[in-house]
Design a protein around this ligand. Structure first.
Ligand SMILES: Cc1cc2nc3c(=O)[nH]c(=O)nc-3n(C[C@H](O)[C@H](O)[C@H](O)COP(=O)(O)O)c2cc1C
Length: 399
């Protein structure tokens, strides 16, 4: 049997508070700090608790070449090696380890920077309900929000006194300015009114379509509405279409060169909102958006050029941000509304659309549709662009 250490693993010395009834009975709070080694591997979803001897042996294993297990056991503690195999950090070339091997290979083949790979793998959510978590937290404390968190940092980082500032002229209004001022994150949808096919396809086109394709010696690159590191555009749009004229409710992938939908499965109308809710981690205020879009980064597209690069993961996240803002503006121009959220159940989304987290990872969820007439959920609209009563915020003073 040959073995090899997984390609990326970080070991965190972590302290947590442990409650013990015995300690409480003996007097005191019953709570005591416990220090542990936690392994965060880029091919495993779970965090793994390690013993001291496992950490020591792990540090002596090569992630490079396959080695004969018995040869390794001649110089390292065999029982510890066995435990590392059980924990999935030392990988065997045997039949029963095929899945583990594949998961590790996907990280190896992805040109990941180690730190980014571990960060990405271990910041994904599964079955989180953010509203429920908020409710629970609210029940645990009756202290108001500000008291709990203390004051936030001020909105502006002022570096000089006011009289030292050089005033700049404000630009006159333009169509772009109107569009910018009309952009308000939507949390109230009109589910009774389907989106027209034209609004649907125009918003997708403006945001995600390839305007040109160029084939620079063997490298096909597309031109989109947004900038992208290396011009590589790794971000894919996976759609849950809920309420669009002429489009069957269901799951789709958007093809940016053909400007076409690739059907990935129907969704029964009565199941759609539940699915949307699972995607946006229980945020009911996004559940009824007519179109919900998971932005998933095809990492290898960008990492192919920026191999093991310290900035590459940051670059693909920025890509999702650019697309989201473009979607907001494209929707706003047509009188529609949009949203984005980073509080999403990435692992559920991977399951729904059949994505491998290290090859095509979910970074955010955005969406668009008709805004409702009533405010059930507060929106932040201090300019009164959408809601006549605004959001109770004062406007920035115009000279
Ligand atoms: C990266 C990112 C994550 C966000 N996540 C959430 C979220 O989880 N839930 C939510 O209701 N809004 C979310 N928003 C929307 C913001 O709350 C919103 O942009 C902010 O309140 C300002 O309102 P505006 O977009 O109308 O200007 C997110 C926005 C961004 C850019």
């Amino acid at each position: 049997m040959q073995v090899r250490r997984c390609t990326v693993v970080f070991v965190e010395p972590r302290e947590r508070l442990d409650f013990d009834l015995g300690r409480l009975v003996a007097g005191g709070t019953g709570v005591a700090p416990v220090r542990e080694w936690i392994a965060l591997a880029a091919h495993l979803d779970e965090e793994i608790l390690l013993e001291d001897d496992e950490v020591r042996v792990l540090g002596q294993l090569s992630p490079g070449n396959w080695t004969d297990f018995e040869a390794l056991a001649a110089s390292l503690d065999k029982a510890v090696l066995g435990r590392l195999i059980e924990k999935g950090l030392l990988i065997r070339d045997t039949e029963d380890s095929v899945d583990l091997c594949r998961q590790d290979d996907e990280v190896r083949r992805g040109y990941w920077r180690g730190l980014s790979a571990a960060l990405h793998r271990h910041t994904r959510w599964h079955a989180i309900d953010t509203l429920e978590a908020e409710r629970k937290f609210g029940n645990e404390t009756d202290r108001p929000f500000l008291e709990r968190l203390g004051s936030p940092e001020p909105p502006v980082c002022e570096r000089v006194e006011a009289d030292k500032r050089i005033a700049l002229t404000r630009p006159s209004d333009t169509a772009l300015e109107d569009l910018i001022r009309g952009r308000v994150t939507c949390r109230n949808w009109d589910a009774s009114k389907p989106l027209t096919a034209e609004d649907f396809s125009a918003t997708l086109f403006r945001t995600f379509a390839a305007r040109a394709v160029s084939d620079e010696p063997g490298i096909e690159v597309i031109k989109r509405a947004v900038p992208s590191a290396g011009g590589l555009h790794p971000t894919e749009a996976y759609l849950l279409v809920q309420n669009v004229e002429g489009v069957m409710p269901g799951l789709y992938h958007y093809h940016p060169i053909d400007h076409a939908l690739e059907p990935l499965g129907d969704v029964a109308p009565e199941e759609s909102a539940e699915l949307a809710l699972r995607i946006v981690a229980g945020q009911r205020h996004f559940m009824n958006a007519h179109v919900v879009i998971a932005l998933a980064s095809r990492f290898r597209r960008t990492f192919w050029k920026y191999r093991n690069h310290a900035k590459a993961y940051r670059a693909v996240i920025l890509d999702a941000g650019h697309l989201s803002q473009t979607l907001y503006l494209a929707a706003t121009e047509r009188g529609l509304a949009a949203f984005i959220t980073a509080a999403v159940n990435e692992r559920d989304i991977e399951e729904i659309f059949g994505l491998d987290p290290m090859l095509e990872g979910v970074l955010a969820v955005t969406g668009f549709g008709w805004r409702g007439e009533l405010v059930d959920e507060v929106e932040f609209d201090p300019l009164g662009s959408v809601w006549p009563n605004g959001g109770g915020m004062k406007k920035v003073q115009e000279e």
